[in-house]
Design a protein around this ligand. Structure first.
Ligand code: PEP
Ligand code: MG
Length: 584
């Protein structure tokens, strides 16, 4: 985060940078959400008061646990699907006996009041979590903090202060929530009201704030560092979710500029939606398939509404994460059937479980030194035949409801492909014996996300119906850049010539073999790469549903043949592709 300050008359004007995680512009007044741990009272207690202080702690923990259970029970039907598992994690954290025991230990040994002891314990846990190898576990520190804040609020009698005071005279539609972090429990309450934007000190693209902001369709900027302590209630804010910028108390000139930007943005979105049913055909008549990436079954509804040509990637692992028991065959069958039925006769590509690395199952925190290179995805599934069979059986049974394509993640060896095929055949034979049926034309494909398969793609194509390039991992493994490590994120370059050559080779090999090649990594949904990918010969893109219309607009105004010759020359001659110099 960086700040520049510029004084205009007596009003401080600040421009602060964070990470834009949900697009759009908002102009409104700040509503500050309190963070209890930042204002915790510190005092020492008399030794004879230790038991009473411990009892106060137990009671507060119990209150928070009961509250969370109530919230889970009463979740509205339209609550984001991620909330229930997140709230469950919070109730597990708060009821973990270690939290109470270790805090009581601090109360007894240091004679701190309960609030102080709890915030001290929170700091100890945060330090322990921050040195964990596993990114997913490191990120859980935010959940621990939120739970501790919630208990402290009960202890200090300010249990409702996290939710902003909305009594003063503000138009709630133009109120911007400014918070240190937002817990899932508070988010569900905020979701009931209308806010113009969210801004938080903590968080990344997958933080809870980002998830809810996207599902509410409002701009959000996270990872601001300390905006909550710099901004005051009712300060005028501009939130630019595109650039990840927040401007505090803007000058009239800046304000009117952003009002114009906001109007243009709203107009553009309204215009784009008009074209949702138009085909994605280039100026020279090339039909391009624009499909959707989804994480949970109900997101297929949005994909249909926005005119997706199918589901290019259903990351099935999201059905398995954040829960203590894994989904059984029946639950998976329902989930896959829902998507297939929703998409009617459009293709639905369901990826088999891509667990491992940063995506772990509950209770299976990885111990591998390099989890991204370890027992992940298809490697994991082949090492857990029962779990894999359950998923394959559910997929096969669901296939009668539509056009199923099964996608294997992280394939690198031919013997893995043969083992997957055998597993599918075994599942089919078992289903037949049990009197179940399955679809006749189920296609089998593989993710191209390990350079090895991109380099030696031909023999794989002989045994596959299609491939889908996962640029997120292909870039990570080609350039040896951990995709979740901030320290090296500036080296994570989709335009590196090695990456582009691997994409290009894969597309060309697919053309020669007459097999479909898609891209389903983030590159496919980034409008700045649309023309480049068209020029590399790509005709199948899969992306977050909200990106479909922007990409379609570019497809409809591009001339594929002109782009192909431009890029072929650049790929042969240039060190690196310069999109601006090529006029892309
Ligand atoms: C990819 O690697 O590009 C991809 C689409 O898969 P994921 O992001 O789930 O690893
Ligand atoms: Mg991947």
């Amino acid at each position: 985060m960086s700040e520049t300050k510029e004084n205009i008359h007596s009003t401080a004007v600040m421009l602060m940078r964070g990470k834009g995680v949900a697009r759009g512009f908002a102009i409104g007044r700040a509503i500050i959400m309190g963070a209890a741990t930042l204002e915790v009272s510190h005092y020492r207690i008399a030794p004879e008061d230790v038991p009473q202080e411990c009892a106060r702690l137990d009671a507060a923990i119990q209150t928070v646990y009961t509250d969370l259970q109530q919230i889970i029970k009463n979740l509205p039907a339209d609550a984001p699907k991620e909330l229930a598992p997140l709230l469950t994690v919070h109730s597990l954290l708060v009821s973990d006996p270690m939290l109470a025991e270790q805090t009581k230990e601090i109360i007894a040994s240091r004679q701190y009041n309960a609030e102080w002891a709890l915030s001290t314990q929170g700091q100890i846990l945060a330090d322990q979590f921050s040195v964990m190898q596993d990114e997913y576990i490191r990120e859980r520190v935010a959940d621990v903090n939120q739970v501790i804040e919630r208990v402290i609020r009960v202890l200090s009698g300010t249990a409702t202060s996290m939710i902003p005071d909305m009594s003063y005279d503000l138009d709630i539609n133009s109120s911007i929530v400014v918070a240190h972090d937002i817990s899932p429990a508070d988010m569900i309450k905020l979701r009931g009201s209308r806010f113009a934007a969210f801004v938080t000190d903590l968080g990344g693209a997958t933080s809870h704030t980002a998830i809810v902001a996207r599902s509410m369709n409002v701009p959000a900027v996270v990872g601001m560092g300390n905006i909550r302590s710099l901004v005051r209630d009712k300060d005028m804010l501009i939130v630019d979710g595109e650039a990840g910028v927040v401007i505090v108390n803007p000058s009239p000139l800046v304000l009117s500029e952003y009002q114009k930007k906001q109007e243009i943005y709203i107009q553009e979105r309204a215009e784009l939606i008009q074209h949702k049913d138009e085909p994605a055909i280039t100026l020279d008549g090339k039909k391009v398939k624009l499909e959707a990436n989804i994480e949970l079954p109900h997101e297929a509804d949005e994909a249909m509404e926005l005119g997706a040509d199918g589901i290019g990637l259903f990351r099935s692992e999201f059905l398995f994460m954040g829960r203590s028991t894994l989904p059984d065959e029946e639950e998976q069958y329902e989930a896959y059937s829902y998507v297939l039925k929703t998409m009617a006769d459009k293709p639905v590509t369901i990826r088999t479980l891509d667990i491992g690395s940063d995506k772990t199952l509950d209770g299976e925190a990885t111990v591998a030194a390099n989890p991204a290179l370890g027992l992940r995805a298809v490697r994991y599934c082949l090492s857990r035949p029962e779990l894999f069979q359950t998923q394959l059986r559910a997929l096969l049974r669901a296939s009668v409801h539509g056009k199923l394509r099964i996608l294997i993640p992280m394939l690198s060896h031919m013997h893995e492909l043969h083992a997957v095929k055998q597993a599918i055949e075994f599942a089919k034979s078992q289903l037949v014996e049990e009197g179940h049926s399955y679809g006749e034309n189920i296609e089998l494909g593989a993710m191209v996300e390990i350079p090895a398969i991109a380099i030696a793609i031909e023999p794989f194509l002989k045994h596959l119906d299609f491939v889908s390039i996962g640029t997120n991992d292909l870039i990570q493994y080609t350039l040896a850049i951990d995709r979740v490590d901030n320290e090296v994120s500036d080296l994570y370059d989709p335009l590196h010539p090695a990456v582009l050559r691997l994409i290009s080779q894969t597309i060309q090999a697919g053309e020669r073999a007459g097999k479909d090649v898609a891209v389903c990594g983030e590159m496919a949904g980034e409008p700045r790469y649309t023309r480049l990918l068209l020029g590399l010969g790509l005709t199948e893109f899969s992306m977050h549903p909200q990106q479909l219309l922007d990409v379609k607009k570019l497809v409809r105004t591009s001339h594929t043949n002109a782009l192909r010759s431009k890029i072929a020359t650049a790929l042969n001659h240039a060190e690196a592709i310069d999109l601006d110099a090529l006029g892309l």
